[in-house]
Design a protein around this ligand. Structure first.
Ligand SMILES: [Zn+2]
Length: 478
């Protein structure tokens, strides 16, 4: 099927973003603060003038802190009034993203559009303009990857991406865009594999592709690391790029040891693809020239550095086409009260993000199948259309209890989700599992205050033995 081109490369936006990001790298407090103030003023101006939704919300607000935080549900309900380009409507965007073959194509001739996976309950549709894409590229190149030899888009290298496919998700849309823009004889070789692939097949495909850089989620990397440690996989990676889920210091140590390569991770979201980059000390440094993250308590009041926030309010300074000002993210974030030992002067944060379990189930012949949380979540979402759920593995290991948020069509949603789960389990060689509907809805974790979507019977499987030492934490693949 003929494909449409990706969003056109905007050389001026790219040059500007790279220059400014490099300047802020040299002087985060001077140039960084100056650029942040300029960008915030421009964003507030365009949002008030050209976004009917934000104009209504602004009311008597004078500063950013006066603006009431906004939720994804509110933005999606007011979608047609949200953007500063009146051609951006939910009907038009929905028609575009219904076509899975259009991932990475330009929408309306100039935008990249992606959808969130629905982890916070409501699916979001996010439109990226040339300036925001250039900012993400600049941050990625000048702060996260950091290896000059890598070149702008990994020319001449081989990559493997294991992630959510089959939809316009941020990771695969970004990968597709970059792959098609860098279409030269020196273009990076890229193998894309769905995260729903059974682990043995996935390992075989990766071994055949023999990538130099693997881009995936921590849970997937850990499952592959167990195979590598057991001698069943022999990847020779130059780098491992991670995101999308929380990574503990112990998990990072395991991965660094098993693959004997640098582990690079970041903190991003569909709402802002590059919020923070991990340093060599294992902390995340906020790209505060491009992003404002306010830590708030349960009543919306500021939380001082050193304390964990209940929610954070995100302001994305890179995107003036679909403005995000004081957007509520439910991640728990803590600013480090002191300077980071690595010497990076961008503010250091810690993030408690997604932390779901990987399930293992008996698969016959003494084998155990490994089910990654994202594969299970994708099956449930696609089978039921429901995004608020919790899957709990009971103590017998073969009974999976699906808890759905209350709703009129809970029975139909359960039937659809159960069928999708059974099909997924069969693909992984599991035939003796039972899916039962829970009497309760999703339960909030007493310690974190968050709802974990996949819970293993006895916690996550033990990590494979580490062969070397490494460091700490992160989030968002590619
Ligand atoms: Zn640091």
């Amino acid at each position: 099927m003929p494909r449409h081109p990706p969003p056109p490369f905007d050389a001026w936006a790219c040059l500007q973003a790279f220059n400014e990001t490099a300047l802020a790298n040299l002087d985060p407090q001077g140039w960084g603060e100056c650029l942040r103030a300029q960008r915030l003023a421009a964003l507030m101006d365009v949002a008030q003038r050209k976004s009917p939704l934000y104009r209504r919300r602004w009311g008597r607000a004078r500063t950013l802190a006066d603006l009431e935080p906004v939720t994804r549900l509110e933005l999606m309900q007011g979608f047609d009034d949200w953007a500063t380009d009146r051609a951006i409507t939910l009907d038009a965007a929905s028609a575009f993203i219904a076509d899975e073959s259009a991932v990475g194509d330009a929408w309306l001739g100039r935008y990249l559009v992606w959808t969130s996976s629905g982890t916070s309950g409501e699916r979001g549709v996010f439109v990226q303009d040339a300036a925001s894409l250039a900012a993400y590229d600049a941050i990625d190149t000048l702060r996260l990857r950091g290896t000059a030899a890598m070149g702008l888009w990994g020319m001449g290298r081989s990559f493997a991406y294991v992630g959510a496919t089959g939809g316009h998700f941020a990771g695969i849309a970004t990968i597709e865009r970059l792959r098609r823009l860098a279409c030269t004889p020196w273009s990076p070789r890229l193998r894309v594999l769905p995260v729903t692939t059974p682990l043995p097949e996935l390992a075989e495909a990766l071994q055949a592709a023999s990538p130099q850089v693997l881009v995936t989620y921590p849970s997937c990397a850990l499952a592959l690391a167990a195979l590598q440690a057991a001698g069943d996989l022999h990847l020779r990676l130059d780098e491992l790029w991670l995101g999308g889920e929380q990574l503990s210091p112990a998990q990072r140590q395991t991965l660094g040891g098993c693959f004997a390569c640098p582990v690079r991770s970041n903190y991003g979201a569909s709402e802002c693809y590059a919020m923070a980059c991990e340093c060599r000390a294992g902390y995340l440094h906020l790209n505060h020239d491009w992003v404002i993250l306010e830590t708030l308590d349960a009543h919306g009041h500021p939380v001082p550095a050193g304390e964990v926030a209940h929610t954070v309010a995100l302001t994305n300074l890179a995107n003036r086409t679909q403005p995000l000002l004081r957007y509520v993210l439910t991640d728990s974030v803590r600013y480090l009260p002191e300077a980071c030992v690595c010497g990076n002067r961008f503010p250091a944060i810690e993030v408690q993000g997604r932390a779901d379990d990987t399930l293992t189930l008996p698969a016959g012949g003494g084998r155990r199948a490994v089910l990654l949380p994202l594969a299970l979540e994708t099956a449930i979402e696609e089978g039921s259309g429901v995004t608020q759920f919790q899957l709990v593995q009971r103590a017998d290991e073969t009974t999976l209890e699906l808890r759905l948020a209350s709703g009129a069509d809970a029975s139909a949603a359960f039937t659809g989700a159960a069928a999708a789960l059974v099909a997924l389990l069969r693909r992984h060689g599991v035939t003796g599992a039972h899916i039962v509907q829970g009497d309760l809805g999703p339960q909030v974790d007493a310690i974190s205050g968050k709802t974990r979507r996949v819970l293993a019977a006895a916690g996550p499987p033990p990590p494979p033995p580490a062969r070397a030492a490494a460091r700490r934490r992160p989030r968002s693949p590619a």
